[in-house]
Design a protein around this ligand. Sequence first.
Ligand SMILES: NC(=O)c1ccc[n+]([C@@H]2O[C@H](COP(=O)([O-])OP(=O)(O)OC[C@H]3O[C@@H](n4cnc5c(N)ncnc54)[C@H](O)[C@@H]3O)[C@@H](O)[C@H]2O)c1
Length: 269
Amino acid sequence: MNLELDGHVAVVTGGASGIGLACARAFAAEGCRVALWDRSPRVTEAAAGIAGDFDCSTLGIETDITDLDAMREAVLETESSLGPIAHLTHAAAIGSGKFGFPFTNLTPEDWPRVLEVNIMGMVNVAHAVAPGMVERKAGTMVFIGSVAAQIGSPTDPPYSASKAANINFAHCLAKDLAPHGIRVNIVNPGMVRTPLNRSVWEAWNRRQPPERQRSYEDWAGEKVRTVAPLARWQQPEDVADMVAFLSSSRAAQVTAQSINVDGGQVIRW
Ligand SMILES: NC(=O)c1ccc[n+]([C@@H]2O[C@H](COP(=O)([O-])OP(=O)(O)OC[C@H]3O[C@@H](n4cnc5c(N)ncnc54)[C@H](O)[C@@H]3O)[C@@H](O)[C@H]2O)c1
C-alpha cells in the first residue's frame, strides 16, 4: 500500500524512546522528513540514527512539552529546517512512578506533575502546531492514548485520568479542525515493552513483600497472557504502523476515532 507520505514533514513528540521513536522511524521509512521533540538529551542521537538508517532529513529538538513558548519555538525551528509540518504524532507522556492501586497508595501531591505533562503538554503541542495547519488547510494529528483511559486500570490513576483527558480533547480537536481539512485521531496501545511500561512494573514490585516480587518478564508475561486475547506484547512498530496509516491519505475519511492496538484487551460493544 502506498501511503503517499513521501516528502512530507512529520513531528513526533516523545520521539527519543519507545513508541514515539518507532513512529519517527515509520515516517522516515515512508520518505518523510522527521522532527523529534523530546526532553531527553538522547533525542539528537535518535534523530541522527534515523537519518543514517533511512537516508532522510531529521531534526532532534531537546524541549519540554510543558512549556508553551518552547513548543512554539520548536514549530519555528522545525519549519525553517524541514518545511511546513504536515503530520503530528504526540507520544510524550509520563506516569507517576508509583503503584496507584488502591488509589490511596498515592497522595494528591502525586497528581499535578502527571496532569501537567500528559494533559497540558498535549494542549501546548496542539496550540503550537494547529495554527500553521489551519493556515495551510491541511494536516493530520495522532495522539497516543492508552487502554488505561478506557478501563479502571489497576496501575496509576493520575496516568489513566490524564489519558482519558487526551482522548476527550482529541475528539474536541477533531471537530474543531475538520472544517480546516485537518484530521485528528487517537491510537491506544495496551502493553508495549518500553521504559514507561517497565516503570509500572518497578512501582508494583517495590511495594511487594520479598516472596511476591517477580521479574519484569514474569510479571508482564503473565499480565499480557491474562488481559489480551491475542496474548502477546504489542511491539512499538505495531503502534507505529497504525499511526502512519492514520496520517496517510489512505485514511482520508477517518477522523475523531479512538483506535486500539491492544491485542483485543479492551472489547467494546
Ligand atoms: N508502553 C506501553 O505499554 C504503553 C501503553 C499504552 C500507552 N502508552 C503511551 O505511549 C506513549 C509513548 O510511551 P512509551 O511507552 O513509548 O514511553 P517512553 O518512556 O519510552 O517514551 C516517552 C518519551 O516521552 C518523553 N517525555 C516525557 N516527558 C516529556 C516532556 N515533558 N517533554 C518532552 N518529552 C517528554 C520521554 O523523554 C520519552 O522519550 C505515551 O503516550 C504512553 O502513555 C504506552
